[in-house]
Design a protein around this ligand. Structure first.
Ligand code: PMP
Length: 366
């Protein structure tokens, strides 16, 4: 029995609004085939490992000093990557970085949300948006998608105008459903939003649609584009998320960020990883190709597959999704029960992992 185990959560003076809540909890299980958190399945190659190690060892001798509080070198590299990949000439002053895009989202809610304020999102979407809203005491306003999980732009614009939220979250491609929203439709939604619009582009590299970043000049007073190195860049363990926005917006985040939030090790490792970006991002084409193969195979087996523009696929119909998730696990394949009735989500893995998943799918009771 650990010390203090007589103390129960219910007895603590926890904030009333957090009582009865559930923490984010994708199971981390020791299974050989893990296709449950939309990671890049390809580990860093030896040259990258060597460069990350060298970068870490270069800063190790300076660990008695705090890191660059504003992560200028890293933000400069991130700006160069975004500018090159989107053609939008963002610079270091448009970029902000933190420990995963989750921390970026939290800083945005700390600065622009909070008690008495609202944030709206179109569900089902990324489960952390409402959880981070709750943590910052921002009222969450769930808005619907169509039954096929696509977004009805006209209806979405109407809801934004009617509810006038302080923040709107739009995930494109959307997690866990996979569809992305064309830029023209995003423009309509951003135009009617009275507050900050966060377009969460965690999966942008996998998408066939252009980035919403092209609208930044037009909507500089409200548009924020969030990104992550956790997916396409294969850096989930490194924890690095970032955003692009007007410099004033970043000034706002400086008011809420913790000083020295990005360790010198994180900054150095992320820069080393970015330097290998071209090589790492070659996996994107492979993963998109594999996504097509997985979608076609599942459809061939009679599953209903939601069209995906990302590195994962939502599929059904299961009579009991929880039980089917279990039987995948029993076959050594960990996928994700995202809590959408009759559906499960699978991340695209290596061809071998996808083969194992597809083999298991043939055996699954629906
Ligand atoms: N946004 C979306 C839509 C995501 O799916 C994820 C990861 N699951 C994140 C943000 C957060 O990723 P990270 O904190 O690793 O950058």
């Amino acid at each position: 029995q650990p010390i203090g185990s007589r103390v129960r959560l219910a007895d603590l003076p926890l904030r009333e609004d957090l009582r009865g809540g559930t923490p984010y909890g994708a199971p981390q299980l020791d299974v050989s085939i893990r296709l449950n958190t939309n990671e890049n399945p390809y580990p860093p190659p030896p040259e990258l490992v060597a460069d990350v190690t060298a970068a870490a060892s270069a800063v190790a001798g300076e660990l008695h000093r705090y890191p660059d509080r504003d992560a200028v070198a890293l933000r400069t590299d991130l700006a160069a990557y975004l500018a090159a990949s989107t053609g939008v000439p963002v610079t270091v002053d448009n970029l902000w970085a933190a420990n995963g895009s989750n921390e970026i989202l939290q800083q945005l809610l700390q600065a622009f949300g909070g008690p008495g304020r609202t944030a709206l999102g179109f569900e089902p979407s990324y489960s952390m948006h409402p959880i981070i809203a709750a943590g910052t005491r921002t009222d969450w306003v769930p808005a619907p998608r169509r039954a096929d999980f696509s977004l009805d732009t006209a209806e979405a614009a109407r809801v934004i105008a009617e509810r006038a939220p302080d923040l709107v979250f739009i995930t494109s491609p959307n997690n866990p459903t996979g569809q992305s929203i064309p830029v023209d439709q995003l423009r309509e939604l951003i135009a009617v939003a009275p507050g900050v619009v966060v377009v969460d582009e965690a999966y942008a590299e996998f998408s066939s649609q252009p980035s919403v970043l092209g609208l930044l000049a037009e909507f500089a007073e409200k548009l924020v584009v969030t990104r992550t190195m956790s997916k396409a860049f294969a850096f989930a363990g490194g924890r690095l998320g970032y955003l692009a926005a007007a410099p004033a917006l970043i000034e706002a985040l400086l008011l809420v960020r913790l000083p020295y939030h990005l360790s010198s090790l994180t900054q150095a490792a992320a820069r080393a990883c970015l330097a290998h970006g071209e090589q790492t991002l070659r996996s994107v084409a492979t993963l998109v190709g594999e996504r097509h193969r997985v979608v076609d195979s599942l459809a061939g087996m009679g599953f209903q597959v939601v069209p995906s523009d990302a590195n994962f696929v939502l599929f059904g119909q299961f009579t009991d999704a929880r039980a089917s998730w279990r039987s995948y696990l029993d076959q050594g394949v960990l996928i994700r029960d995202v809590g959408i009735g009759g559906h499960l989500r699978v991340s695209i893995g290596t061809p071998e992992e996808n083969d194992a998943f597809l083999a298991a799918s043939k055996e699954i009771v629906r």
